[in-house]
Each structure stands twice: as structure tokens, then as C-alpha cells.
Design a protein around this ligand. Structure first.
Ligand code: UDP
Ligand code: MG
Length: 324
């Protein structure tokens, strides 16, 4: 069982850990950290950075090493390959030692200017989770926007978790992160998981800025995979839909059966070829889709049973360490 021993100390001197996943961002990671650091220093926030290189193949790691060498508040982690943002975040959370922990992207799409407000909501108002909520979604094409809406609607309807304009830009109290670390599942969907955890939450709106440099790593295929993973992680409704489909088709079959018998008995049962083809196609595709849905759940169970680690770490350098 997950229990919380004691409330976290909340003082002006509390340490803020910033956990940032970094993948192929070598061209601008240094300037990004500089901008964020500027905001923190200006507001007298005590901080540490945990930067997680998610198996980048560009110069990200060397840039991170030089950051860690010059700045003892920057610790860096390198995963053995690209495990995906969710796993990179998990790895970073393991190494964060602050009483409050902030996760954000490394492309300045999450505006650092609102970090002081988030810290204040934790410090003065006593919230456990302070979440950045997208007021506008930045530059996205119409198809992407419609798909995102539909995806959130599906999750909300089937699992009651309102992801709406949620983002991965959030500040969490130590106890929330400890509770999150206790969750045993391998397949992760950070936004959903933290919504599932609950706790006292506050939302702060922000406008998604444009990416500083580089481009988004989310191809359509990766997004579809993320959506399928998220939906099947939080709800078994698709499985019940299969049962519902079966019931509907059963009643359809009864009707068609009666009609066929009637035609047969009244001696008019010769032209039925179109119906047969249509029925075959409809039933065939329904069965294939249903098997596919069951397959997704099976794969998930298979992966969980294997219980492989969520990520592998190949390097860790603490800020200020001479070895970098
Ligand atoms: N990222 C990561 N691993 C990946 C893909 C992305 O660590 O496999 C990081 C990336 O470096 C960035 C954040 O996740 O800090 C968000 O990625 P991106 O900007 O590509 O996503 P978008 O903002 O378009 O949703
Ligand atoms: Mg981005």
C-alpha cells in the first residue's frame, strides 16, 4: 500500500528539481537552460537540473556534459537508447532530490516565466500538483487538432480522467512523485498517471510557444501509438464495446434469420448473393477489429508480465563532477 509518512517541508529555501527530457536537442539545449536559469535566479529559487538524454544521436550528450561541467546545479543522465519521453521522465524523477519537482520540455514550448507562479502555488497556497494547462495549442494543423480533441474525449468518456488541455508541464510535491514511483506498471502515460493519482491540484494557463529549434519528434504513427497506449492503459471500455457489438450483431442475425426462413418457406429464396457478400464483409471486419483490440490488451499484459525495466541508464554525471 502507498502511504505518505509526513508532509513535505515548504520553505523559501526548498529545492526545486527540474526534470527535463532531452532528445536530439543539441542545437539549442544550452540556450534553453540559460533562459530557464535566468528566470530561476531572478526569482531567488533554489534549483537543480536533472537533464535526461533519451538516447540522442546528435551532439546532445556532449552539450549536456559541458553544461554539467560548468554548472554544479546540473546533473545529467543518459539512457542506453531512445526509450521515449515517458521513460526519460521516469528516469529523471528517480534522481530528483528536491521537495518540489518540475517536469518540462527542452524546447521552450513550456514558458519558464510561469515557474515562479507554480512555485508560489506550492509554497504559499499549499497545492501538491500545479499543472500547466494549454490555453492555446500553438501552431498545429487542423487534423492534429481534431484528432487530439477526439482522443481526449474518448479517454474522458471511458475512464473519467479529464486530460483536456493537460500538458507535461507540471510541478509536483515530493510525496506525489514518491506515490508515482510506487506504481508498478511498465507502459506509462505520464499525463494520465498523474491525473489518476489525484492530490490537491491547481491549474495555471499558458500559451504554447513555438519550438525554439529543431522539430517535433511526434510523427503521426508515434501519436497513434501513444493514443492507443493511453486509452488501453486507463480503460477496458474497448473490450466491452466488442461484447456490445456481438449483441447488436446477434439481434441483426435473428432478424436476418427470420427473413431468410420466411423467404425460403414462401418459395422466393433464390437471389441472395449480394446479401451474402455484404454479411461476410461486415462480419469479417467486425471480427478482425475485435481481435485487434483484444490483441492490444494481450500485448500490454505480455509486456507487463515480462517486467523489463522501464529504461536503462548508461551514464550519470552529478553536477560539478570533475569526470565530465
Ligand atoms: N523527447 C524525448 N524522447 C523522445 C521524444 C521527445 O525525451 O523520444 C523530449 C523532447 O526532447 C522534448 C519533449 O520530449 O523535450 C517534447 O518533445 P517534442 O517537442 O518533440 O514534442 P511536442 O512538443 O511536439 O509535443
Ligand atoms: Mg515541443
Amino acid at each position: 500500500m502507498i502511504t505518505v509518512d509526513k508532509p513535505t517541508d515548504r520553505t523559501e529555501n526548498s529545492l526545486l528539481s527540474l526534470v527535463i527530457p532531452v532528445y536530439q536537442e543539441g542545437s539549442h539545449i544550452k540556450s534553453t537552460i540559460k533562459v530557464i536559469e535566468g528566470v530561476l535566479l531572478e526569482n531567488n529559487i533554489i534549483y537543480e537540473f536533472i537533464l535526461v538524454d533519451d538516447g540522442s544521436t546528435d551532439n546532445t550528450w556532449s552539450e549536456l556534459k559541458s553544461l554539467a561541467k560548468d554548472n554544479d546545479r546540473v546533473s545529467i543522465l543518459r539512457l542506453s537508447r531512445n526509450f521515449g519521453k515517458e521513460s526519460a521522465l521516469c528516469a529523471g524523477l528517480e534522481y530528483a532530490s528536491g521537495n518540489m519537482i518540475l517536469v518540462m520540455d527542452s524546447d521552450l514550448q513550456h514558458p519558464p516565466e510561469i515557474i515562479p507562479d507554480m512555485v508560489n502555488a506550492w509554497l504559499k497556497e499549499g497545492y501538491d500538483v500545479v499543472e500547466g494547462i494549454k490555453r492555446s495549442r500553438g501552431k498545429e494543423n487542423v487534423i492534429y487538432r481534431v484528432c487530439a480533441k477526439f482522443f481526449y474525449y474518448l479517454i474522458y468518456k471511458s475512464s473519467d480522467i479529464n486530460l483536456g488541455q493537460a500538458s507535461d508541464f507540471k510541478l509536483m510535491d515530493r510525496k506525489v512523485v514518491e506515490a508515482w514511483k510506487e506504481l508498478p506498471e511498465r507502459a506509462l502515460f505520464f499525463r494520465g498517471m498523474s491525473a489518476w493519482l489525484g492530490f490537491e491540484r491547481k491549474e495555471i494557463e499558458f500559451d504554447v510557444a513555438e519550438r525554439v529549434n529543431g522539430r517535433t519528434k511526434w510523427s503521426l504513427f508515434r501519436l497513434i501509438r501513444l493514443a492507443a497506449n493511453a486509452i488501453t492503459s486507463y480503460t477496458s471500455v474497448p473490450l466491452h464495446c466488442i461484447t456490445l457489438l456481438g449483441i447488436i450483431m446477434f439481434f441483426g442475425a435473428l432478424l436476418m434469420g427470420l427473413q431468410t426462413l420466411f423467404m425460403k418457406l414462401s418459395g422466393r429464396a433464390s437471389d441472395g448473393f449480394t446479401t451474402v457478400i455484404l454479411l461476410q464483409l461486415i462480419i469479417g471486419s467486425a471480427i478482425m477489429t475485435s481481435l485487434g483490440i483484444i490483441g492490444i490488451y494481450l500485448t500490454k499484459i505480455y509486456k507487463e508480465v515480462k517486467s523489463r525495466p522501464r529504461y536503462l541508464i548508461s551514464d550519470y554525471i552529478r553536477g560539478g563532477d570533475d569526470s565530465c
